[in-house]
Design a protein around this ligand. Structure first.
Ligand SMILES: Nc1nc2c(ncn2[C@@H]2O[C@H](COP(=O)(O)OP(=O)(O)OP(=O)(O)O)[C@@H](O)[C@H]2O)c(=O)[nH]1
Ligand SMILES: [Mg+2]
Length: 475
C-alpha cells in the first residue's frame, strides 16, 4: 500500500507542477520570495511592511518601477496553495500601525500571501504591449524551523556528536550543565525506556530554552521550542545521547532515539522544506546582527555557527534532493541586517560590513549557481528618528514597556569587522558586547503613525531591498 500511496502522491505532484509550469509560462508570471531568518530576525514585520509599502508606494522612491510610474495597481489576491493558512496581513498591519501599535507575536505556524502587481513595461515596448501582471508569493514561518535544515545532512550519531560539542562552548556551558549531567548517567546501550527518553527530551528542551533566553541562535531541532501542531506529540520525544563506546543493538535507548530522530526528519522536516522552500526564485536572508553584537562575542559566534550550518546546506552535491531544491533556481539572494533604526545612519555601513564578514565564508562555500548576491542594512519598520544631543548622534523613539520617549546612544560599531570576527573566534570571552552604550535598554515600540494617503509605514531601505529582489521582473 505504501508503494501505491507514494506513487499516487508522486503523480499528483507531477500534475500540479505541470499546471504551475503552464500558468507561469503562458499566463501570469509568479515570483516566489523566500523570507528566511532565525527566530526574531524580523520576518513577519518585514513581510507586513513590504506588502504595505508595495500597496501604498509613497515611500518607495528607490524602487524604479514605482519611480518610473509604471505600476498601475497592486492588490492582494487568493494565494496558490490552498492548504496553507493565509498570512494574516490585515491583523499584523493593524497591530503595527494601530492606535496603540505593537509588534507581532512570534510566529507559531506557516502562512502564505499573494500580492499581485499590474505594471507597464519600460521603454518603447511598454507603449506597444498592454499591462503585465506579476504575482508575488511570500511565505512566513517560525524562524526556529529553519534550524532543522542542517539536520537533513546529519546522521543521528553526527547530530549527537555536534550537540555535545556545542553544549561545551563557553556561551552554552552555563545552560547545558543539567543536560550533560543527565547524559553522564544514561547508558545509550541500555534497554529502551520511555520515561528515560522523555527525561532526556525534556532536559534537552529546557537547555535549548535557556540558550534562547541568553540570545543564542543554534536551537535545533526547531520544533522543540516551536512545536506548532506537534505540541505534546511523541514525535518530539527524542534527544542526542552520548555516543556509545561499544555497539548499541536493537531495542537499545540509542537505537530508538536514532529511529525517532530519523522519523522527525522524514515526517516533519522534509515536507516543510519540500513544500515551502521548493521553487523559491528569490531569497532574502534577514539577520539580527545587532542583537547578537549586543549579547556579546559568544552570541555572535553562536549565530555565525548557526547561519553557516544553514548556508552549508546550499552547497551542491551534499544531499541530492536538498541541494536540488535549494540551489537550483534561486536567482538572487539579499542578506539584510535588520532593525537598523536602532543605530544612527552613520553606523549603517559598519553594520552591513559586520554582517558581510559574519557570513562571507559560508556564502563563498555555498554555491548559488550564478545567483546575484547583495548585502544591506535595513529597518522594515522604522521606530526611531535621529537626533543629535551635545554633538553626539542619537536615535529617539518610544521605549517599551511604557512608551516613554527617549534619545539614546547605542555605542559605536567597530570600524573593522575583522575585530568582531576575531572576537567571536575567541569565543571564550562570554561577556562584554561591542555595543556598549544604551543598546541594552533599547526596546523600541513601533512608532505612532499619522496615516498618510498613499504611504506605507516608514522604513529604512526597504525600497532598495524591493529594487534588488523584484525590479528586474517588472521591466
Ligand atoms: N526597531 C525595529 N524593531 C524591529 C524591526 N523589525 C523587527 N523588530 C523587532 O524584532 C522583533 C521580531 O520581529 P518579527 O518580525 O516578529 O520576527 P520573526 O523573524 O518573524 O520572528 P519569529 O516569528 O519568532 O521567527 C519584533 O517584535 C520587534 O521587536 C524593525 O524594523 N525595527
Ligand atoms: Mg514571525
Amino acid at each position: 500500500m505504501a508503494g501505491l500511496t507514494d506513487l499516487t502522491d508522486g503523480a499528483l505532484r507531477v500534475v500540479e507542477d505541470m499546471r504551475d509550469g503552464v500558468e507561469e509560462l503562458f499566463f501570469e508570471p509568479t515570483l516566489r520570495l523566500g523570507v528566511t531568518g532565525l527566530a526574531g530576525a524580523g520576518k513577519t514585520v518585514f513581510i507586513t511592511s513590504l506588502v504595505a509599502n508595495l500597496l501604498q508606494r509613497g515611500r518607495m522612491q528607490m524602487f524604479t518601477p514605482e519611480a518610473e510610474g509604471r505600476i498601475e495597481a497592486a492588490m492582494l489576491r487568493p494565494q496558490p496553495d490552498r492548504d496553507v493558512p493565509r498570512f494574516d496581513y490585515e491583523a499584523h498591519l493593524s497591530d503595527l500601525t494601530g492606535e496603540v501599535p505593537r509588534w507581532p507575536q512570534s510566529t507559531r505556524r506557516i502562512s502564505q500571501l499573494r500580492l499581485s502587481l499590474r505594471y507597464r513595461s519600460g521603454g518603447w515596448i511598454g507603449g506597444l504591449t498592454g499591462p503585465n501582471v506579476l504575482h508575488l508569493d511570500i511565505v512566513d514561518y517560525p524562524g526556529e524551523w529553519l534550524l532543522d535544515l542542517p539536520l537533513m545532512r546529519w546522521s543521528y550519531a553526527e547530530w549527537a556528536r555536534r550537540s555535545l560539542e556545542d553544549a561545551r562552548y563557553p556561551a552554552r556551558a552555563p545552560h547545558s550543565g543539567a543536560w550533560r549531567a543527565l547524559l553522564d548517567r544514561i547508558d545509550p546501550a541500555a534497554e529502551f525506556d520511555e520515561a528515560q527518553a522523555r527525561e532526556a527530551a525534556e532536559t534537552f528542551t529546557a537547555y535549548l530554552g535557556a540558550c534562547r533566553k541568553a540570545g543564542l541562535s543554534g536551537l535545533a531541532p526547531g520544533r522543540f521550542l516551536m512545536p506548532g501542531d506537534l505540541e505534546g506529540s511523541p514525535a518530539l520525544t527524542f534527544a542526542p545521547l552520548k555516543p556509545a563506546e561499544f555497539a548499541t543493538g536493537r531495542g537499545s535507548l540509542w537505537a530508538e532515539m536514532e529511529r525517532r530522530y530519523e522519523a522527525y526528519k522524514r515526517a516533519v522536516v522534509t515536507p516543510f522544506f519540500r513544500n515551502h522552500f521548493a521553487r523559491i526564485d528569490r531569497q532574502v536572508v534577514l539577520v539580527d546582527a545587532l542583537s547578537a553584537l549586543h549579547a556579546g562575542p559568544g552570541a555572535v559566534a553562536d549565530m555565525r555557527r548557526a547561519m553557516s550550518e544553514i548556508l552549508d546546506c546550499f552547497k551542491p552535491g551534499e544531499n541530492s534532493w536538498l541541494s536540488a531544491l535549494l540551489g537550483k533556481r534561486v536567482e538572487r539572494i539579499l542578506f539584510a541586517a535588520t532593525k537598523a533604526d536602532h543605530i544612527h545612519h552613520t553606523q549603517h555601513a559598519r553594520l552591513s560590513k559586520v554582517m558581510d564578514a559574519l557570513l562571507r565564508e559560508s556564502v563563498e562555500r555555498a554555491s548559488y549557481k550564478g545567483a546575484k548576491v547583495q548585502t544591506l542594512s535595513l529597518a522594515a519598520l522604522r521606530a526611531t528618528v535621529e537626533a543629535e544631543v551635545k554633538g553626539q548622534p542619537m536615535v529617539r523613539g518610544r521605549l517599551l514597556p511604557n512608551g516613554r520617549m527617549a534619545a539614546l546612544h547605542p555605542g559605536d560599531l567597530p570600524p573593522d569587522p575583522g575585530a568582531v570576527i576575531a572576537g567571536a573566534r575567541r569565543a571564550d570571552e562570554t561577556g562584554g558586547g561591542w555595543l556598549e552604550g544604551d543598546y541594552g535598554v533599547m526596546n523600541f515600540a513601533p512608532p505612532i503613525l499619522e496615516p498618510r494617503e498613499g504611504e506605507g509605514p516608514p522604513h529604512i531601505r526597504l525600497d532598495r531591498a524591493a529594487e534588488f529582489l523584484l525590479a528586474d521582473r517588472l521591466r
